[in-house]
Design a protein around this ligand. Structure first.
Ligand code: ZN
Length: 215
């Protein structure tokens, strides 16, 4: 049955739509694109995370794939995107981690969409890295969409918007990997990192599926 289903609905590359071979999650041409993002991990002045890295550039087909995951219920994209993130963790961050977590989303969004794409990515990624995935943060209030906001507006939008939702002892002195879909200015990740560090987290590493090129 599974074989017949595969014949009728062959799995396709989320980036270009090409039919995939067995065991393939992204086609070989698109895998090359992943390798093209050779940007080193971001270490930002004033940011509360220690390092942030991404697997792909947020443009073209990658942008479409991430929109699919976020707005068009393409939950199946989480696995190949997480694969790209696992690659970024291994090749770019090169750090030991104890657990994987994710950036929380608005309660209203979660009700409407039924899932948080950052959590889907974190769960797949944790499986690939063989680490536990733990929800650590929740929203204290709704935030506006970040799209179209200036850097200082982005920071203000998320300031104080998260709080710890797990026992402090489960994160204290840990090295935590925070997953999200898109790395833009890093203000969401920085604010998440600030809350985790306040709770006694030793190191906060961040990984996103894709990063926007700095303009
Ligand atoms: Zn492809």
């Amino acid at each position: 049955m599974n074989k017949l289903l595969k014949l009728l609905f062959p799995p396709k590359c989320m980036l270009c739509g090409k039919v995939l071979g067995d065991e393939e999650e992204i086609c070989s041409a698109c895998r090359e694109k992943v390798l093209l993002n050779t940007a080193p991990p971001r270490v930002e002045k004033g940011a509360f995370f220690d390092k942030a890295a991404a697997g792909l550039w947020y443009e073209g087909d990658v942008r479409q794939a991430l929109h699919g995951l976020k707005y068009r219920e393409k939950q199946s994209y989480a696995r190949p995107l997480a694969r790209v993130m696992a690659y970024a963790v291994t090749c770019k961050l090169q750090e030991e981690i104890d657990l994987v977590t994710f950036v929380p989303t608005n309660a209203a969004t979660l009700r409407e969409r039924g899932y948080n794409q950052a959590e889907l990515l974190a769960r797949e990624l944790a499986g690939m890295l063989d680490k536990p995935c733990l929800p650590t943060l929740e929203k204290t209030r709704e935030t506006r969409p970040m799209h179209g906001l200036r850097p200082e507006e982005r920071r203000a939008n998320v300031l104080g918007a998260y709080r710890l939702c797990c026992p402090a002892e489960s994160v204290k002195d840990k090295r935590i990997l925070v997953a999200d879909d898109i790395l833009t200015t890093g203000s969401t990740l920085s604010e998440s990192a600030r809350m985790l560090k306040t709770a006694g987290v030793q190191r906060v590493l961040c990984v996103c599926a894709a990063a926007a090129r700095k303009s």
